[in-house]
Design a binder for this molecule. Structure first.
Ligand SMILES: Cc1cc2nc3c(=O)[nH]c(=O)nc-3n(C[C@H](O)[C@H](O)[C@H](O)COP(=O)(O)OP(=O)(O)OC[C@H]3O[C@@H](n4cnc5c(N)ncnc54)[C@H](O)[C@@H]3O)c2cc1C
Length: 378
């Protein structure tokens, strides 16, 4: 009999777990509240670790070998939008990826879990009956809130990350030459900036177009009026994590551009000045301790399970590791407890690496593994 897998959240960790379930012949239903436009690459300039490469090679059929440009950089290149990875029909099992559906509650129903979700286009509420629910709904997970007895919430890490993307042809040949094919990191007062050179998925660009994606980790106290201003968008809405592209208040962005003395480097300054739609995220952290709930009928993965500051760029690798171990668990090679232990072990390693990276990026003390990643700016 086909088992039903409901995945709440269709971003990186939801998709990875969904691919594993699909391979194990589950009927998979992914529910994501966001629109297809929002689910496009967020220009995060992800670092892809070995666990992620190995996951892609194992689970993604005919993957595009150019999905990452260099061993240490990743840009998501999927152009078409809605969940093509899962929806490919092999005639064996059903896989559905629904967007603009928001999960509102979970209910235990004997051996199954009922997942109640609202279709945001019609406002109708429906229920999915699942043998297994994967909670992959990110840092502010509703699944975690419903199933855990404690009200576990991520903590703001006193740091925001300004982000943006610039097509490589928009900058001068000098800047292009200095920044291309490299991941450049520059420490600045109160934080650091990173520039990645990645495949472009901007509309109108050709398949071999490249762009620069930059991030500026910037210390901002959570109790300051400036923080409230930053996370409040152009329409006056306050965001818990990310103020999306096109929604950052112009005066807030102008105050960033005005910090020329802090940015100091003309190449980074050029990237910021050529950014059409900057966006900003409040960085959060939450060390994961429990990933198994409801006797194994609800599992937390990705940022819903454990969230660490992104300084070592290991979160996606951690989600890939969790998905790989999920397969072992569902094939009964390991038990639920072992799966949970593996998840917590990997999450603590990720936190350790991130703390090590932060020590250097914020304080100048360089751990060995960062030395191996960094190429000195020319
Ligand atoms: C500035 C920054 C830089 C980073 N750099 C790196 C890096 O270099 N390398 C790396 O590996 N990681 C990096 N990360 C971390 C990485 O982006 C996250 O770990 C990853 O996005 C988490 O994926 P996820 O699927 O667990 O959660 P998310 O990407 O947060 O996805 C959660 C999904 O759930 C959906 N959802 C939420 N609630 C509901 C609901 N109630 N109903 C239905 N759907 C819902 C949302 O719409 C969303 O699509 C970075 C993060 C930040 C902020």
């Amino acid at each position: 009999m086909t088992r039903n897998g409901g995945t709440v959240g269709g971003s990186l960790s939801g998709l990875m777990s969904g691919l594993v379930l699909r391979l194990l012949k589950y009927s998979v239903h992914v529910l994501d509240r966001s629109s297809p436009e929002t689910l496009q690459s967020q220009a995060a300039g992800l670092r892809a670790g070995p666990e992620l490469h190995s996951f892609i090679e194992t689970y993604v059929k005919d993957f595009d070998p150019n999905y990452a440009l260099a061993p240490d950089t990743l840009e998501i290149v999927k152009k078409s939008g809605e969940g093509a990875l899962l929806e490919e029909d092999d005639g064996l099992v059903k896989a559905v990826y629904d967007t603009e559906v928001k999960v509102e509650d979970l209910k235990r129903q004997g051996d199954k879990m009922g997942v109640l979700y609202r279709n945001l286009k019609t406002n109708e509420v429906e229920m999915l009956e699942a043998d297994l629910v994967i909670g992959a709904d990110g840092a502010h997970s509703l699944v975690r809130k419903v199933v855990s007895k404690d009200n576990i919430q991520p903590r703001y890490a006193e740091c925001v990350s300004w982000r943006g993307r610039v097509p490589e042809h928009d900058v001068t040949p000098e800047t292009r030459e200095a920044m291309q094919n490299r991941c450049v990191i520059m420490r600045v007062e109160g934080g650091y900036m990173v520039s990645y050179y990645v495949p472009s998925d901007l509309i109108g660009e050709t398949s071999d177009s490249k762009e620069f994606v930059w991030t500026w980790y910037d210390t901002v106290p959570g109790d300051s009026p400036h923080f409230i201003e930053i996370v409040t968008d152009v329409n006056g809405n306050k965001h818990s994590s990310t103020v999306p592209r096109g929604k950052v208040q112009p005066k807030v962005w102008q105050s960033v551009l005005d910090r020329r003395d802090t940015i100091s480097n003309s190449r980074f300054l050029a990237l910021l000045q050529h950014t059409a739609e900057p966006f900003v995220s409040a960085v959060h952290e939450l060390p994961g301790t429990q990933s198994v709930y409801e006797d194994g009928k609800v599992l937390l993965v990705g940022d819903a399970f454990s969230l660490c500051k992104p300084h070592a760029g290991g979160s996606t690798s951690q989600a890939a590791f969790q998905a790989t171990m999920l397969r072992n668990m569902l094939e009964e090679k390991i038990g639920l407890n072992e799966w949970q232990q593996a998840c917590t072990g990997s999450a603590s390693k990720d936190i350790e690496r991130s703390l090590g990276a932060a020590k250097f990026f914020f304080g100048g003390e360089m751990p060995d593994f960062v030395k191996a990643m960094v190429v000195r700016a020319r």
